[in-house]
Ligand binder design. Structure first.
Ligand code: AHN
Ligand code: ZN
Length: 337
């Protein structure tokens, strides 16, 4: 309590100073002379929550999206076709990864580029695979069966598909790279060997599809952004690698009326895809991820169980996250973020 009271005035002063000076260390603020202002400002479009909800359903209809399965291949085809239909330049970044089990996974990072030539770019990411087993300590049911991953995987992808749809309908000059990582959730139970997770983001971080001036300036990762009652505290590694970006996104979200989701609280570090993007690719990337401190796993009762299906998804959560992401994208494109 005392600590909070002590820190708050300094945090506020820091925010003000950062805002006034217009210079930030995490690459999220830039007013460099070489960068031309946008031709015309484009209003932030409305994020259609029902559209995003349908995108979760469509993914689940393929079944669990576990690497080396038919459902995984079929879903990949659908995602690629969807991004193509929205006018993106799509790159299928195929790779083979060795799982902790020794299995060889045929995997693909799906990359959808808007304005591929633009030198001012940001990256939006989620993982599109789902977990091959239901190993949560909370629920012992059908532990060996793969999960549908409506929230864990499906939700982030669904939000980014709707963002892509809006980018086609309301074009901007800025570059946006949507990256759907594969093989995020094939990691060893228990989570001690964190590097057994996030195989797609580790591969992408070592083999970026862009270089030089086209390198994205920063990124936002969405992981488990669809559950009813979701709660997104400021994740620890995000604060370490991109503190100004976290503050700007959370402040924006709260000003938009989504403070019940984007809570004023700090959460522990998650070795999620953004961890490897930050440490290997050195692109500042934050993670918007649902944390539920009241539960044994810290991720909610449905996490890595068969309850992670459509019943857990709330279109209002998808909208809160999607509308904030759209606000960041369009404000950044307008030079107003
Ligand atoms: C670990 O448990 C090491 N990482 C969690 C990241 C994750 C799993 N996100 C979704 N499922
Ligand atoms: Zn997971």
């Amino acid at each position: 309590m005392h600590l909070k009271k002590f820190i708050l005035p300094f945090a506020l002063a820091g925010l003000l100073l950062a805002g006034l000076s217009g210079c930030q260390s995490d690459g999220s603020g830039h007013s460099s002379a070489e960068e031309a202002p946008p031709e015309e400002k484009v209003a932030v479009p409305k994020f259609e929550r029902d559209s995003a909800y349908l995108f979760v359903e469509r993914q689940l209809a393929f079944g669990p999206r576990v690497p080396n399965t038919e459902a995984h291949r079929k879903c990949k085809e659908w995602l690629v076709e969807k991004f193509n239909s929205y006018g993106a330049k799509v790159i299928e970044q195929d790779f083979q990864a060795e799982a902790y089990t020794g299995e060889r996974l045929n995997a693909t990072n799906i990359i959808a580029q808007f304005n591929p030539e633009a030198t001012k770019r940001i990256v939006l990411a989620a993982h599109w695979d789902s977990r091959p087993f239901a190993d949560s300590p909370i629920n012992e049911e059908r532990k060996d069966e793969p999960i549908l991953g409506a929230d864990d995987g499906g939700s982030g992808v669904a939000v980014l598909l709707e963002v892509a749809r809006q980018l086609q309908a309301h074009p901007i000059d800025m570059g946006v790279d949507i990256v759907l990582f594969d093989a995020e959730d094939y990691g060893e139970s228990g989570g001690e060997r964190a590097e057994t997770y996030a195989l797609g983001s580790q591969y992408w971080s070592r083999n970026l599809h862009v270089s030089g001036k086209q390198r994205p300036r920063y990124g936002i990762l969405l992981d488990m952004v669809g559950a009813r009652g979701a709660r997104f505290p400021r994740e620890y590694y995000s604060m370490q690698f991109a503190p100004q970006l976290v503050r700007k996104v959370w402040t924006l979200a709260q000003n938009m009326g989504y403070g019940n989701y984007f809570v004023n609280d700090t959460g522990g570090g998650i070795t999620d895809d953004h961890y490897f993007v930050n440490t290997i690719a050195k692109i500042p990337m934050i993670d918007i991820i649902n944390r539920q401190p009241g539960t044994q796993t810290g991720f909610g009762e449905h996490w890595h169980t068969h309850d992670d299906d459509m019943d857990i998804i709330d279109p209002r959560t998808l909208r809160a996250v999607g509308q904030v992401v759209l606000a960041v994208v369009y404000r950044e494109a307008n030079g107003e973020f």
